[in-house]
Ligand binder design. Structure first.
Ligand code: FAD
Length: 483
């Protein structure tokens, strides 16, 4: 485990240090052990999922109500105590754990599921509800959540909104932002901003909630969400295909768009290194398809199984005929469907098992996506401790996940060979340096490169309006001045 923060990053001196008086206040406010001070119990809240960041918080708070959250932030605002909002702690940009001794405000215990309106398909839920739990809940009414991702069993809906999480269904349902109809937010001074409407249409002035979607906890605490949940499709098809080149991957994607049309629900790709690491991690010795250099997963959904299957069959046959793919398999039952998805969804776990992970998440023009992986592979050649340079991702959204796994932990030398080179490469292509994971701690200093000076200045002004004492998630998202 390594701290990735800049060696010169110092704790900002204007934050107060936690006193016994502060702890007594929080223990009174949150009885039944919900103000956690035991270092062993605080430890999991201090370490991020990919184990690249470690904070030193001595206090974790687990409020159950919005009133408690308001009281916590009112107190922290008054006493200048820094706070790190935390959801399921599955974030991949180092934003969910403290950098120094910020108080962790965990949303896990704020987890009531509210009303589901069967007429509009709108769900209201507390920010601390687990994504998968909500999906099971709305399934009862014939609906589904508008997003799906590998961390669904642990991530919380508030964290999803705070990161504007993408996932595998953006192809079908669009970005999470478009499904968020309302939000309730506790601002840094403890006041409540009520934007919790459930309306699909509401053109009345500036849409304040938009500022909080994807703001990664620096502007306010999301406490409740209203989400548009699409109807669940009873027919689902999934195919895994192997290809010789990335060119053929793109040809298969174009063909899938044409032949699967409105049934298309996901298009993902993996290169052979990613695919092999994932199979190894799953301890799967039998290969589902004939091995090749690249793999593409295409999922279809429809109100009938026959239609979902028919479009996928057509894709498989035509892609074979045109020699875009060399082999393929179509899931025949739920078990096979889950097994095929596991190869893609459990890649992050396979990478962590392979070594220390330098993780990048870019949006790029499709034709340039794999070029970056190849150039990174060349650049990493001199480093004998690099185990794998892999590319995979949400192909249908032009979202490349580039990962470099390293033996024996973090290496400064490798980091400097990768950064800022990678970010500059992506900026030159007018891509995004963070397609869906956010900036967190890892990428904040490159924000200007991606967004330009003017946007950055406006973001700083917004931060100053919502959180003038800068107590919310310090050192994250906006570049922090290092002397
Ligand atoms: P956390 O990790 O706890 O927090 C993330 C950020 O949001 C932090 O900055 C935190 O301070 C802030 N935050 C959390 N809750 C709140 C709140 N209520 N109010 C204000 N700020 C808050 N991401 C994708 O986009 N697409 C994927 O496909 C995807 N796949 C993943 C697969 C795996 C196996 C893993 C481990 C992660 C994956 N992720 C993916 C990343 C991660 O799951 C998402 O970013 C998720 O939305 C984070 O939710 P969380 O509840 O864990 O938030």
């Amino acid at each position: 485990l390594t701290r990735v923060r800049h060696p010169k990053l110092r704790r900002a001196p204007h934050y107060a240090t936690l006193t016994d008086r502060d702890i007594s206040f929080f223990e009174r406010l949150l009885p039944d052990g919900r103000a956690i001070t035991d270092p062993d119990d605080c430890s999991p809240y201090n370490i991020d999922w990919i184990k690249t960041c470690q904070g030193q918080s001595q206090l974790v708070l687990r409020p159950k109500t919005v009133d408690e959250i308001q009281a916590i932030l009112r107190y922290c605002h008054e006493h200048q105590l820094a706070v790190c909002p935390q959801g399921g702690n599955t974030g991949l940009a180092g934003g969910s754990v403290p950098v120094f001794d910020e108080i962790v405000l965990s949303l896990r215990s704020l987890n009531s599921i509210g009303a589901f309106d069967e007429n509009s398909g709108v769900l209201i839920a507390d920010a601390g509800c687990i994504l998968q739990t909500l999906d099971v809940h709305v399934n009862q009414f014939g609906h589904t959540m508008p997003l799906d991702l590998g961390a669904k069993g642990s991530c919380l809906i508030g964290g999803n909104v705070a990161t504007n999480a993408g996932g595998i269904r953006v192809v079908r349902y669009g970005s999470l932002r478009s499904a968020v109809l309302g939000l309730e937010i506790v601002l840094a001074d403890g006041s409540l901003l009520d934007c919790l409407t459930s309306l699909r249409k509401d053109n009345t002035g500036v849409d304040m909630k938009q500022a909080f979607i994807g703001s990664e906890g620096i502007l306010g605490l999301i406490t409740r969400v209203a989400l548009a949940c699409p109807s669940a499709m009873s027919g689902v098809g999934l195919g895994l295909f192997s290809c010789t080149s990335f060119e053929n991957i793109l040809s298969t994607m174009r063909l899938a768009r044409k032949l699967c049309g409105e049934t298309l629900s996901a298009i993902e790709f993996l290169d052979s290194s990613t695919y092999n690491l994932s199979l190894k991690n799953l301890q799967q010795t039998n290969k589902p398809v004939e091995p090749n250099n690249f793999y593409i997963l295409v999922e279809t959904m429809s109100s009938t199984y026959e239609q979902a299957k028919a479009t996928l069959d057509k894709l498989a046959n035509t892609a074979l005929e045109k020699e875009f793919i060399t082999d393929g398999t179509l899931a025949q039952d739920l078990k096979q469907y889950k097994d095929l998805w596991a190869i893609r969804e459990r890649v992050p776990e396979a990478l962590v098992a392979d070594g220390y992970v330098f993780k990048y998440d870019f949006s790029l023009p499709p034709a340039r996506m794999y070029k970056l992986v190849e150039e990174t592979q060349k650049r990493m050649k001199p480093f004998s401790n690099v185990r794998n340079v892999t590319g995979f991702g949400h192909l249908g959204d032009q979202n490349l996940h580039l990962n470099i796994t390293v033996q024996n932990g973090y290496s400064d030398e490798i980091k400097h060979a990768l950064e800022p080179w990678l970010y500059e490469w992506v900026a030159k292509e007018r891509g995004s340096i963070s397609a869906e994971h956010g900036l967190g701690l890892h990428k904040s200093k490159y924000l200007e490169l991606n967004k330009g000076k003017q946007s950055l200045e406006l973001m700083k002004k917004m931060k100053n309006i919502f959180d003038p004492k800068c107590i919310l998630n310090p050192y994250k998202v906006l570049p922090y001045k290092i002397d």
